[in-house]
Design a protein around this ligand. Structure first.
Ligand SMILES: CC(C)(COP(=O)(O)OP(=O)(O)OC[C@H]1O[C@@H](n2cnc3c(N)ncnc32)[C@H](O)[C@@H]1OP(=O)(O)O)[C@@H](O)C(=O)NCCC(=O)NCCS
Length: 139
């Protein structure tokens, strides 16, 4: 929920060496600028509640409002449902309207807790459907 200009070795390993079973990440890359990230989303299974996963997403500012956030989220929902996850939890600032609208649109029901500053959402995932994009075949 803020800038993070550097990653430690351990953080880099955690974020990139995902197992596609308890931790799944997708990146979107524009074909003409393959060195830059258009967006990245991930879910990490909750060890105490294995049918829940924490979800986070970011889309490059200049690509907002073109459906990329929705596409990444739907793809990750499909991968999660296929691995037994029924809901995503996410944390955002209470005034983060785009993220809230994104969750409201893609989940079948949404529980929200809000202290006026930080909002926690619990989004029920729809049943697994055909992935909207081709997904890596792993685990
Ligand atoms: C949240 C985020 C990923 C959405 O990405 P996106 O590619 O713009 O999303 P989409 O184009 O698929 O739009 C998703 C919804 O957000 C709405 N939205 C997008 N930008 C918006 C804006 N600036 N103001 C209001 N609504 C906005 C869209 O209208 C759409 O809602 P709708 O279906 O009701 O019309 C993007 O805004 C982002 O990266 N934000 C910063 C990181 C963040 O807050 N992540 C969420 C924490 S989990």
């Amino acid at each position: 929920m803020g800038p993070k200009p550097r990653l430690s070795e351990a953080e880099l390993e955690y974020l990139t060496e995902v197992d596609f079973r308890d931790h799944y990440a997708l990146v979107a890359v524009a074909p003409d600028t393959p060195d830059g990230l258009a967006g990245v989303g991930r879910w990490v299974r909750n060890t105490e509640k294995p049918d829940e996963a924490d979800f986070a997403i970011i889309v490059s500012d200049e690509l907002h409002r073109q459906g990329l956030g929705t596409a990444i989220t739907l793809a990750l929902m499909t991968t999660a449902r296929r691995r037994g996850i029924r809901r995503f939890t996410a944390t955002m600032f209470a005034d983060n309207r785009p993220a809230y609208r994104l969750f409201a649109r893609v989940s079948t029901s949404l529980a929200v807790e809000d202290d006026g500053y930080v909002r926690e959402v619990v989004a029920e995932l729809p049943a697994a459907t055909r992935p909207p994009v081709e997904l890596p075949r792993a685990a």
